[in-house]
Design a protein around this ligand. Sequence first.
Ligand SMILES: [Zn+2]
Length: 542
Amino acid sequence: MQISFLGAARTVTGSCFLVTTNKYKFLVDCGMFQGQNKEVMLNVDDFTFAPNTIDFMFLTHAHIDHSGRIPKLFNDGFTGKIYTTKATADLCGIMLPDSGHIQEMEIEWINRKRVRAGKHEIPPLYTAEIALNCLKLFEPMPYDEVIQINDEIKVRFRDAGHMLGSAVIELWVNENGKETKVVFTGDLGNSGTPILRDPEWVGSADILVMESTYGDRNHKDREDRFENFVDIVNETLDKGGRVVIPSFAVGRTQEIVYGLNQNQNKFKEKYERILRTPVYVDSPLAISATEIYKENPQCYDEEARRYILENKNPVDFPTLKLTRTVEESKAINETDEPAIIISASGMCEAGRIRHHLKHHLWEENSTILFVGHQAQGTLGRRLVDGEKQVRIFGEDITVKARIEFIEGFSGHADQKTLLNWLGNFEKKPQTIFVVHGDPDVQDVFASVISDTYGIRTIVPNRGDIFDIGEDRVAQVGEESNERKYRFMCLEILEKLNLLKDEVDEMCLMIKEDLRAGMSSEEFEDMKARLRKVEKSIIATLE
Ligand SMILES: [Zn+2]
């Protein structure tokens, strides 16, 4: 058997692994690359395999960085079954068409510019329609049952506690009478994540492919975190302001809504005000996802199940208002009554959240409360980093609102939890492939595993192929030079683009200073900055 690492290798996105046995070829995940340009460009590349030669695939969970290229795979000729949990299939039913819609919108914008420049139009990665069509390939599976896929392969989905429907995939591959057990963690959650069950233990594995997103650090305690959240909300409401929460539509939004519901008794006095305040969930995708949460109580933990037994809904309460239409969304900002507004996207790069930011960033009494990781270069990150002026819909907005960031609302296990999960194997894997992490984090986590458990770890590069033999694991292939070179070019392009932004910003400052006047210190600062840019250009080219 061979495993090819085609994504989430020395990066966190684009999760995709190709497993080749002596008879079959299948994928585990087929996710989209997200983040910086050089990675996003990888999405449009042809697959390194012929999609019509893949027999079937397994999907760990619905997040786009694990599922987002399935419509492309289907469009390029894949017709096999996609085995996954029921909740993941349900969530893909809304998330993939939504992703198709985003692809169409983005390409429309790019094409408008291309046409003006006299260039030909380019097609989207896939359309919402293609995404809808590929849903027929999904084959929902129950948790915890060993299922025979064919004469060689058995599978079992275990709860990964990361998002609704998320699974650790246990695979038994029987080749020539010899069975090898390979386990893919997908993304592992924390214990105690609201609504969800804790990640299940896996008893044994020969080979483990393990995520490492937070492999180098530990999270803040969950209880402190929600109390902190409630305090910030109350302080804002007391001043007559509004709380705007940029949140990921699937997962985080439901966690916040459930948290608001669940903590009412615990923080009784602190909740008086909140209970009288409308809480808006202003994102059609988040609303649809909330419906899917309601329809899949089989994924709930004990506590969330109790709500069901009492005929209550864990993701609903009287002051919760779901605004689906554009009119309803606009109406939120037509009054200035205190409110809590939860909207997507979580990093403020697109979606309705940008309208709410435009209306509230300049208000001293309001708060923008971040509850998720903000990637470098996003509007969310710039706000968290303290930028005082931002541009939204072509308008300069001064940031006067209070900006808060609560760390640790994360769907990913931290180092302690990852090690603990690994510690519960009765028969430890002989080799662990560390994937799904930033390169330096992966290196830290790989050595922590070796130091703690004495297990051999490998941090594969994108394109690496490993042969899984009876008692040895050996690398037998790597990414082609042509692909490596292409990625290097994209990397240079990315760096030059960052420099371009820097130069643009400096031009703007100089123009402003021409009007307002520049002190000699400011002039020296500017010179130093220019020298830095000059050095960076040389470094990039080298
Ligand atoms: Zn995920």
